[in-house]
Design a binder for this molecule. Structure first.
Ligand code: PEP
Ligand code: MN
Length: 263
């Protein structure tokens, strides 16, 4: 169902204020985790002002350590909905369990399936029955074929609104958190009609590398970006080291707009 042989024209996916695919480039920005009303609402206004078209924020956090901050859960979902009410930005947020799909779908415009859950087939099927669009992250050790077959589970369950997200893979290189394969964008666009969103935040793990990899992703023809932005990255409860502050995000967006204009 994902194949471009079946459907040669690219799919355009719209979820509230967010449109990606077929020449529409969407930028999803916001904190790794929702932490408070002030944090999420201030971030929503700031990223919107710089040109983002959707707000991200994790309420259910899949953390490597069980002792790390696990997210605000439903309380966090409510704060995301508050931020959407005030800014009109679509909400992108992760769901980690099939049992939570119904709950998260009440608040979200786009369900994020995280890298760690790319092959959680019961979760993919449940997301396939949700009225929300789905952002399917690539597993850090998954091949592109495995990733596309994971997308197939969502499509086959009846949800046509699937966006792929390249968030970097594990390689021998340890200077960056993951290795962000830019070629995924044009390759996936050849193979499928689904839009592809690049994640330079998780893809590099370093805030200083995010602007360049954002511009590079746009130059590579990506249909969208998902970028971690926090009012005070040093104080973030998760992924602060790879999060941009508001000024850095504004500059990153300006850089991307220059690349897009030159294409
Ligand atoms: C996230 O987006 O904050 C996240 C946990 O991403 P990933 O699933 O790509 O690690
Ligand atoms: Mn994160």
């Amino acid at each position: 169902l994902a194949s471009s042989e079946l459907k040669p024209e690219p799919s355009v996916i719209t979820a509230g204020s967010l449109t990606v695919g077929g020449g529409h480039v969407g930028v999803i920005a916001g904190p790794c985790s929702v932490e408070s009303e002030d944090q999420i609402v201030a971030t929503a206004f700031a990223v919107k002002k710089s040109g983002a078209s959707a707000l991200r924020g994790g309420a259910f956090k899949p953390r490597t350590s069980p002792y790390s901050f696990q997210g605000m859960k439903e309380e966090g979902l409510k704060l995301l909905a508050t931020a959407r009410d005030q800014t009109d930005l679509a909400v992108v947020t992760e769901v980690v369990s099939p049992d939570d799909v119904e709950l998260v779908s009440k608040y979200a415009d786009v369900l994020q399936i995280g890298a760690r859950n790319m092959q959680n087939y019961r979760l993919l099927e449940a997301a396939g029955k949700s009225p929300c669009a789905v952002l399917l992250k690539r597993g850090p050790s998954a091949t592109i074929d495995e990733w596309l077959l994971a997308a197939e589970y969502i499509l086959d369950a009846g949800n046509p609104n699937v966006m792929l997200c390249e968030r970097g893979i594990r390689t021998f290189e340890s200077h960056t958190r993951f290795t962000l394969p830019l070629a995924s964008a044009p390759y996936v666009q050849e193979r499928t009609h689904l839009p592809i969103v690049m994640d330079p935040s998780h893809g590099t793990g370093h805030a200083s590398l995010v602007p360049a990899m954002s511009r590079a992703s746009i130059a590579a023809g990506a249909d969208g970006l998902i970028i971690e932005v926090h009012p005070n990255p040093d104080k973030a409860l998760s992924d602060g080291y790879q999060s941009l502050n508001f000024d850095q995000f504004a500059e990153t967006m300006a850089g991307c707009q220059k690349i897009a204009a030159a294409m």
